[in-house]
Write a protein that binds this ligand. Structure first.
Ligand SMILES: Nc1nc2c(ncn2[C@@H]2O[C@H](COP(=O)(O)OP(=O)(O)OP(=O)(O)O)[C@@H](O)[C@H]2O)c(=O)[nH]1
Ligand SMILES: [Mg+2]
Length: 237
């Protein structure tokens, strides 16, 4: 299997079917074998039922339901562990992350082990909120100076990697929390000297449903995560 696309969902009933359709059509046009893995944390809005209604019986679509666990990062890890592709893509399921970038992400990871979408390289941006665009930019600068990260967007969470970059790592030590797991992921990958290329991404408006992000709580969580790395309270080994 060439590629696995991991889609974590929580209350994304309004967008999930059209997102899967769009990704499916893009991938069917590529010369590769693929699977799309959705990890739903028992969304009260019936996201999982909606997926089964549309896609049950299609061997390329695997819908996983977690009943006893909740959380973005562990959902992604669960999906990765159930996946078989030599390359893995992770993305949001509300259309913030435009599926049209998928072919480029897949193609460029023939040359770089990790390709990551960035709002802060030329051509990148955010149609959703100017306030969040500016806030994230400042926070990314903070990450750059504090952790010496060479990546411009350590919060995007839209990326593709070759599976072997995870070999030998204790993944539970990276994949916990919310979007802050991605800071840890990139930090570890940079430390291991895996080549990472950033490609411009423009976040589009969420198609429906509600944001799960509480900006204030997340800001403090992300801030604490960066300081934990900096002062070696958090270590991978
Ligand atoms: N499985 C799972 N998915 C989650 C969880 N929390 C968020 N997600 C998914 O993670 C992605 C990002 O969540 P969003 O609410 O869009 O967060 P955001 O992009 O920072 O916020 P917006 O800009 O408002 O869209 C979406 O695909 C959500 O459905 C969770 O606890 N479990
Ligand atoms: Mg979103």
């Amino acid at each position: 299997m060439n590629l696995s696309v991991i889609l974590p969902t929580y209350n994304e009933r309004d967008s999930i079917s059209s997102l899967i359709t769009e990704i499916y059509e893009i991938l069917e046009a590529q010369p590769l074998s693929f699977e799309i893995i959705i990890v739903d944390d028992n969304s009260p809005d019936g996201t999982y039922r909606e997926i089964l209604k549309e896609w049950d019986g299609n061997p390329k679509i695997k819908a996983l339901l977690r009943k006893n666990e909740k959380g973005l990062a562990t959902a992604i890890l669960h999906g990765i562990r159930q996946s078989e592709g030599k390359k893995v893509i992770v993305m949001d399921t509300d259309f913030n992350h435009p599926p049209k970038l998928i072919p480029l992400l897949v193609n460029i990871t023939d040359y770089f082990e990790i390709a990551s979408g960035s709002r802060y390289v030329i051509g990148g941006g955010m149609e959703t909120s100017r306030f969040r665009y500016a806030g994230s930019k400042v926070f990314n600068k903070f990450i750059h100076y504090t952790l010496k990260m060479q990546t411009t967007d350590n919060l995007s969470g839209y990326y593709c990697f070759r599976r072997e970059v995870l070999d030998g790592l204790e993944l539970e030590k990276i994949f916990f929390g919310y979007g802050d797991y991605f800071i840890r992921f990139l930090y570890v990958m940079q430390g291991l000297k895996h080549p990472i290329i950033e490609i411009p991404v423009v976040y589009e408006d969420r198609l429906g449903g509600l944001s799960k992000t509480n900006l204030k709580t997340e800001f403090f969580r992300y801030f604490a995560s960066v300081l934990n790395i900096k002062f070696r309270i958090w270590k991978i080994k």
